[in-house]
Design a protein around this ligand. Structure first.
Ligand SMILES: Cc1ncc(COP(=O)(O)O)c(C=O)c1O
Length: 398
């Protein structure tokens, strides 16, 4: 049989999806499993979203459509950007894809040559590293441990940028840590970036999920000098409870948007009309639910923190956005659970799932093997029960 391409030797399935699948499988076998693994919000899209999808079907939307995104979707996104203070964009600055994951894949494909360097902080969303591996670029990862609240410092960034660096990838609020950068922190990072002529991809998909009145601060606003190098990414997956509908958007310089449209025309062709119609309805519709969502997530965050604070040796920097917590569990490494050694994050996650039926993602999936990720966007009762079992597990490690 002929060989697969070399690049497939570098490709691996998403670690997060593998854990989620394992949890699903155990559930299907009748096991009592609580999943803190996958980043899926626990709410459904609003009624008007389904209505828009139904109308689109009735209007025969199943045709080939625009590779940029139909005007209704592009207009909805432009209006939302403007309402959030991102002004001056027009249609030529916008492109869409099959989820933010696909948008990011296309952007990195379009911006980086093989051997170019892409830099981003650790912990990172797993897919950043996976895409870099697939397209053959060097990912320079900047370790931001729990001691520095998992946040990148301006000095780290300054020290890391070289002549080879072409793209800086910034995710705020962060998956997997839930950290949110303050305005001063964003500006300080922007000040470093002003000195270096590199692209900036800002993965903003959790921008509506910020707690504690911290506000969502963006390099585009703190450092206007960077505007012609910033590409912003957004998604309907988390904000509107639509992860499987698969729509992601980008806003940025016109040549970048048009490169994405070219890639779309040679790969996906277009977002399906019914999906685009539903996404536009979500983006253009009432946004007041976002406040309620933040209240619910911050309450759940508090519940997670109450548990973590009572657990000796577990260090959990307080998340202020998204719906993830990223406790550092390394103090239990070398100890035993019912005689079985827990030597790393994978041992911890596997034993926790086996013994207590709680699924979490090992931190090594995010480049930080001293931690595990808890996604707390589950049903409230599951959260309470899962945290109870998590505490029992940690307390039983001796
Ligand atoms: C930081 C980050 N960026 C991008 C994505 C991809 O989102 P989408 O579902 O739109 O592909 C995710 C999904 O978990 C994410 O956490």
């Amino acid at each position: 049989m002929p060989f697969l391409a070399d690049r497939m030797g570098r490709a691996k399935p998403s670690a997060i999806m593998m854990i989620a699948d394992k949890a699903k499988q155990l559930k299907a076998e009748g096991k009592d499993v609580i999943s803190f693994s996958v980043g899926v919000p626990n709410f459904l899209p609003a009624k008007h979203v389904y209505q828009a999808a139904a109308e689109s079907l009735e209007n025969d939307s199943g045709q080939y459509l625009s590779g940029r995104g139909e005007d209704i979707l592009v207009e909805a996104y432009l209006t939302r950007l403007e309402a959030n203070g991102f002004t001056g964009f027009n249609k030529s600055n916008i492109a869409s894809g099959i989820g933010a994951k696909h948008v990011l894949f296309s952007l990195l494909y379009a911006l980086l040559n093989e051997g170019d360097e892409l830099i981003f902080p650790v912990p990172y969303w797993t897919t950043y590293q996976d895409i870099a591996d697939l397209i053959g670029v060097d990912a320079k990862t900047l370790l931001c441990p729990s001691e520095q609240n998992y946040k990148l410092t301006p000095q780290q960034l300054e020290n890391a940028i070289t002549d080879k660096t072409k793209v800086f990838l910034f995710n705020n609020p962060s998956n997997p840590t839930g950290m949110v950068y303050t305005e001063e922190e964003v500006r300080a990072i922007g000040d470093v970036l002003e000195k270096h002529d590199i692209w900036i991809i800002s993965d903003d998909i959790y921008n509506r999920m910020v707690f504690d009145n911290l506000g969502f601060h963006h390099l585009w606003k703190t450092n206007p000098a960077l505007r012609d190098r910033i590409i912003m990414i957004d998604s309907i997956s988390k904000s509107y409870g639509m992860p499987g509908w698969r729509v992601g958007m980008m806003a940025g310089p016109e040549p970048v948007a048009s490169a994405m449209v070219t890639l779309n025309s040679n790969s996906i062709t277009n977002i399906p009309g019914v999906v685009g119609a539903a996404a536009s309805a979500a983006i253009a519709g009432p946004q007041d639910f976002a406040d309620e969502m933040c209240i619910e997530f911050s309450r759940k965050r508090d519940e997670v923190m109450q548990t973590m604070e009572l657990l000796k040796g577990i260090i959990c920097p307080k998340p202020q956005g998204a719906f993830y917590a990223f406790p550092d569990i390394s103090s239990v490494f070398g100890k035993r659970y019912q005689g079985v050694p827990i030597n790393n994050d994978v041992d911890f996650a596997e034993k926790l799932l086996e013994a207590k039926g709680v699924a979490v993602v090992p931190g090594s999936a995010f480049g930080e093997s001293r931690a595990i990720r808890i996604s707390y966007a589950c049903k409230p009762n599951d959260l309470t029960e899962g945290l109870k079992r998590f505490s029992e597990f940690v307390n039983e490690i001796g």
